[in-house]
Design a protein around this ligand. Structure first.
Ligand code: PAF
Length: 294
């Protein structure tokens, strides 16, 4: 496994693979890796000749009051895990390598970022799309792997690839969970034992809604309210949002709306447990016949 820290060294490491037309699977990360990331890496390993992982905590996607400085980092541990998972190249750039000067031109994520996390974190997805676009240019991957836990990020990156003609296939990978349902996240490390004990309510509440839809519930307001009240019952939970939007367009449903036959909807939530802001989601698909398929 090669560790490279500059775009020149990355180019030198990938030049032959580009020349020989070898397939490159790319997993962009912010490090502090867990089994969710490693599942992406394993999928990339199975499907490509070469696997490249980037580790970069991207300042552009953090708001001024967010956790950029204290975002968990442990690069030595990350490198050991990536070597165990047979990664070929790890790109770990500095902020100066990624942004030699403050970017004056950035991607704009537009209306798809006006809901869910984009509403609570203004500018976040502009920062995500800008760094992902730069990484795609630097790595020139055949395929890039993203977790479905970050469903809005995934939908925006798929849209960016379509709208701006990036020659990369985006591969979505299902969310990896702890045994009690909590979605794996680098931010789980912020949870106190009490908060950790209550955090599984997030997925439990979303799963309740999924079962309700399977049983015939179609009222958007009832689903959102039911999820909210289940989460709010936990003393350490502070809800940022619970929202139901069409997927993958991310157009919001009106509160009074009903899910319709043929709809695919994203039910997503962000909840603070102490200082950890955790997100999770489920996709609700109502068959054209009107039957819910989960
Ligand atoms: O999902 C993440 O870890 C980040 O948003 C990403 C895609 C690596 C961009 O910084």
């Amino acid at each position: 496994m090669r560790l490279v820290e500059t775009k020149e060294a990355l180019r030198a490491a990938l030049r032959e693979a580009w020349r020989d037309g070898r397939t490159i699977g790319f997993v962009p990360t912010m490090g502090y890796l867990h089994d969710g990331h490693l599942t992406l890496v394993d999928a990339a390993r199975r499907e490509n000749d070469l696997v490249v992982v980037s580790i970069f905590v991207n300042p552009l996607q953090f708001g001024p009051k967010e956790d950029f400085e204290r975002y968990p980092r442990d690069v030595d541990r990350d490198l050991r895990l990536l070597a165990d998972h047979h990664v070929d190249v790890v790109y770990h750039p500095s902020v100066a390598d990624m942004y030699p000067s403050a970017p004056r031109v950035m991607l704009r994520s537009g209306a798809m970022a006006e809901v869910l996390c984009g509403r609570s974190r203004p500018g976040h997805f502009d920062g995500v799309l800008t760094v992902v676009a730069k990484l795609f240019h630097r790595v020139r991957p055949t395929r890039a792997y993203f977790g479905q836990k970050d469903a809005q990020q995934l939908a925006l990156i798929q849209q960016m690839v379509r709208d701006l003609d990036f020659a990369v296939e985006i591969v979505p990978v299902p969310t990896v969970r702890e045994a009690d349902g909590l979605a794996m996240s680098s931010r789980n490390v912020y949870l106190s034992p009490e908060e950790r004990a209550e955090a599984p309510v997030l997925f439990a509440a979303l799963s309740w809604a999924e079962a309700e839809v399977a049983a015939g519930e179609r009222r958007v307001g009832a689903l959102v309210d039911g999820v909210r009240s289940r989460i709010a019952a936990k003393p350490s939970a502070r809800i940022d949002y619970v929202e139901l939007v069409r997927y993958p367009s991310l157009e919001p449903y009106a509160r009074e709306a009903m899910l319709q036959p043929g709809d695919t909807a994203l039910l997503a939530a962000a909840v603070y447990f102490g200082r950890a802001r955790l997100i999770d989601n489920v996709l609700l698909t109502v068959e054209a016949s009107g039957r819910a398929v989960g």
